[in-house]
Design a protein around this ligand. Structure first.
Ligand code: NI
Length: 186
């Protein structure tokens, strides 16, 4: 079990365009995923991207196979290892043809103590590979779509504050949500 340090906003390694994974099912890759998982669970995160522990690869993990007893109503996103992902937004407004978005609160383990309302595509298809090189293709919406977009943004050097449009809804978690105890970031 290895819990790695999570890089914080301001570290230039969080701004890189991550490199594609070219070899699957290697000891090195499995070890990296094991470290990411240990680190995500120790931080009570909903997801974690390889660049957040300083690894310059297109690899993210997210989700949980268990319902969190503290958040019994939170939707379950299956535990997923997603490599070399591609996201396609789905669904357009009947009025003006723009891609449908929705807003919700986000936090990030690389931006501790803060939350903001972030617009994301409401519905997406995502493709990629698991650690064995087997293809993944899913069409998702809501919280699942949000988590995938947040994590995959880490692979193109984007942190959620760069997506905020309304800075009146950006602040400290303890001030915005004073009743929240064990917070779940990402
Ligand atoms: Ni994040």
């Amino acid at each position: 079990m290895t819990i790695r340090d999570i890089l914080k906003m301001g570290d230039p390694r969080l701004l890189r365009l991550a490199q594609p994974v070219t070899r699957f099912d290697t000891d090195e890759l499995h070890l990296l995923i094991s470290d990411l998982l240990d680190t995500m669970l120790a931080a009570n995160g909903a997801g974690l991207a390889a660049p957040q522990i300083g690894v310059d690869l297109q690899l993210v993990i997210f989700g949980s196979n268990e319902r969190n007893p503290r958040y019994p109503d939170a939707p379950i996103v299956p535990r997923t290892v997603l490599i070399n992902p591609v996201i396609t937004p789905l669904g357009r407004s009947e009025q003006d043809g723009t891609v449908l978005e929705e807003e919700d609160w986000e936090g990030c383990l690389s931006v501790p103590g803060l939350r903001a309302v972030v617009p994301r595509f409401a519905r997406i298809r995502y493709t990629g590979f698991d650690q064995y090189g087997d293809p993944i293709e899913r069409t998702v919406d809501g919280f699942h779509a949000r988590v995938v977009q947040h994590e995959c943004d880490h692979l193109v050097g984007k942190l959620y504050p760069m997506r905020v449009r309304d800075f009146s809804r950006f602040g400290f978690t303890a001030v915005l949500f004073p009743g929240l105890d064990a917070q779940q970031d990402e």
